[in-house]
Design a protein around this ligand. Structure first.
Ligand code: GDP
Length: 188
């Protein structure tokens, strides 16, 4: 038979947000689900790179998502993580039971976008990354502190798409990453 080449697009996503909001859990739920290939690499003690391929059914191309878990970083340091260079998307997370994690979202997003203007980013093309805001832990509905209305308002102020769900109960995880991969692919 005929051999047809399909393209592989590399897509870098920074998963950001306060400690304990569920970033690692979200990445694990996503990469361990389904049948598509995923891998995990330790880059340094506080950066884990996970990857998963998302298949584009119409074209049969693949988008390889490189997911950078930002656990070791403090919002209050001037240090901009080197692995943020050339990111194509921001996946901002907060915990619906934790008001403070919601208040931090804006700072995280500004920090990640600041990479574009920093010397670190000189060679990265300076394109504003795509982004979404993910409200995690909706399985804990009785302890919810941040309403969907407030979260949606913030997302639209920051120019982010909005999803809410749960890493624990696997709600809207695949959908959120697939949304980003599709948006990225459409614009590639
Ligand atoms: P990270 O520091 O942002 O990477 O957060 P982790 O993924 O380590 O999660 C922090 C804690 O929240 C852990 O105890 C997780 O089991 C818990 N957790 C993460 N996602 C959820 C969720 O959707 N629902 C609930 N109830 N707990 C969660």
């Amino acid at each position: 038979g005929m051999f047809i080449m399909h393209d592989l697009y590399i897509f870098k996503v920074a998963v950001i947000g306060d400690s304990l909001v569920g970033k690692t859990s979200i990445i694990q739920t996503f990469t361990s689900g389904g049948t598509q290939f995923s891998r995990s690499y330790s880059m340094t003690s506080d950066v884990i790179l996970n990857s998963k391929d998302v298949f584009m059914p119409e074209s049969k191309d693949s988008v390889q998502l490189l997911l950078y878990d930002s656990s070791g970083n403090s919002l209050y340091s001037d240090y901009l993580p080197k692995y943020w260079i050339g990111i194509n998307a921001i996946f901002a997370v907060f915990d619906v039971t934790c008001e403070r994690s919601f208040d931090s979202v804006k700072k995280w997003v500004m920090l990640a976008r600041k990479v574009e203007e920093s010397p670190l980013a000189e060679s990265s093309g300076n394109i504003t990354p795509l982004g979404l805001l993910y409200a995690n832990k909706v399985d804990l509905e009785g302890r919810r502190k941040v309403s969907p209305e407030r979260a949606k308002t913030l997302a639209s102020q920051l120019g982010l798409a909005y999803f809410e769900g749960s890493a624990k109960s696997n709600i809207m995880i695949e959908e959120a990453f697939t949304y980003l991969a599709n948006e990225f692919y459409k614009n590639s």
